[in-house]
Write a protein that binds this ligand. Structure first.
Ligand SMILES: [Zn+2]
Length: 364
């Protein structure tokens, strides 16, 4: 089995188009056309993890955090990233990251975070703007099937658990072929009015190039008639953070103890009014300071996240508790999601979790 087949399975569930603009989820380096020899799942890419993968015979290393995050102008083995890339290429290893696409997707890191706290009636805290566009094309009546099927085949017309979704209606299209035209229907210099189907279907914005290519390949007209429009719908199931309700309201201190137990942490930095009961809780794995205002607007009594800066603790002015459990602590379990997804679906090669990597930031 080729590495790309495993990656396309993962990307069907945790699509790369869900990643944030600043992110670099996906392939970091390596050739995905290789046959897979084994998979190692880790949190952060490191030389130790590469060595572990080599010892275990794994040529696909999947991390949560990307190795390459900002643009690289050169790759030399003189810094951490350069050395890791050099080593990975030398070892013929493919490095792949599942970062904010994993955070945002249904069944990803933030869903598991909310689940660990037992939150119910969960919603996405910061739903993503629409990731979809719509293609509308006009084609002679009863001749739309080949183009429709070709568009379905590349991923158009999928809505949640439904595929092959489209809408069509019949109307009249007019045109006049000019000198030199080679019309599918009609004569040069004659006005034409023919029955056409108007077909609409949505598609993820990242498919736009392929949609246009498919239309040019399968549309019958010399000049294909189509529109592509951007949709403004908000996503309901994808985006950063989740907000939901505890099984029952808790005192503030009781809530903090509960978070410690559920998230298996022994240190929480927090701010807020300790006399306030906690019932509605927002969470965001990793560093979630950018969503403090969103959490406030959601009406959450507490916001559990990581990487909160000094001044950010004061932003809610005691209207909402902020609990900082740490960046790693709020998302390390993403490794298990990736591991289980591969282990549960592929049995012809070994998949393992890294045992050498450990958190190298200490509390004293
Ligand atoms: Zn992170």
């Amino acid at each position: 089995m080729k590495i790309k087949e495993i990656l396309s399975h993962l990307e069907a569930k945790f699509p790369l188009y869900l990643q944030e603009d600043f992110d670099n989820s996906g392939i970091q380096c390596g050739d995905k056309e290789q046959e897979v020899t084994g998979v190692l799942v880790c949190f952060d890419p490191s030389p130790e993890v590469l060595e572990e993968a080599k010892e275990k015979g794994a040529n696909l290393i999947i991390s949560h955090h990307p190795l390459v995050f900002t643009g690289l102008k050169k790759i030399e083995p003189v810094d951490r990233i350069g050395r890791i890339i050099f080593k990975a290429i030398e070892n013929k290893q493919v490095m792949y990251a599942m970062h904010t696409n994993m955070d945002s997707a249904a069944g990803g890191g933030n869903d598991l975070f909310a689940q660990k706290l037992g939150l119910t009636n969960c919603e996405v805290l910061s739903p993503k703007d629409s990731l979809y566009q719509k293609v509308i094309f006009f084609i002679p009546e009863n001749e739309s099937a080949p183009l429709k099927n070709a568009l379905f085949a590349i991923g158009c017309g999928c809505i949640g658990r439904y595929d092959h979704c489209s809408y069509q209606m019949t109307g009249f299209g007019s045109f006049r072929p000019l000198q030199g035209a080679q019309p599918h229907t009609g004569q040069v210099n004659n006005m034409e009015l023919i029955e056409e189907e108007r077909v609409e279907m949505i598609f993820p914005a990242n498919l736009q190039r392929r949609v246009i290519d498919t239309i040019y390949k399968y549309h019958l007209y010399e000049e294909p008639a189509f529109d592509i429009v951007k949709l403004e719908n908000k996503e309901r199931k994808a985006g950063l953070g989740r907000v939901g309700f505890l099984p029952q309201a808790m005192d503030a201190l009781q809530f903090l103890e509960y978070v410690k137990k559920q998230m298996d942490v022994n240190l929480i930095r927090y701010s807020g009014n300790m006399d306030k009961k906690i019932k509605k809780v927002a969470v965001c794995g990793g560093g979630g300071s950018s969503l403090i205002q969103v959490a406030l607007r959601s009406g959450a009594d507490a916001y559990v996240t990581g990487d909160i800066k000094y001044h950010d603790f004061y932003t809610p002015e005691e209207r909402m508790m902020i609990a900082d459990i740490g960046h790693f602590e709020g998302e390390h379990f993403i490794r298990e999601i990736i591991y289980n997804e591969i282990k549960g679906n592929f049995i012809t090669f070994a998949t393992s979790l890294s045992t050498v990597e450990k958190l190298k930031i200490y509390n004293i």
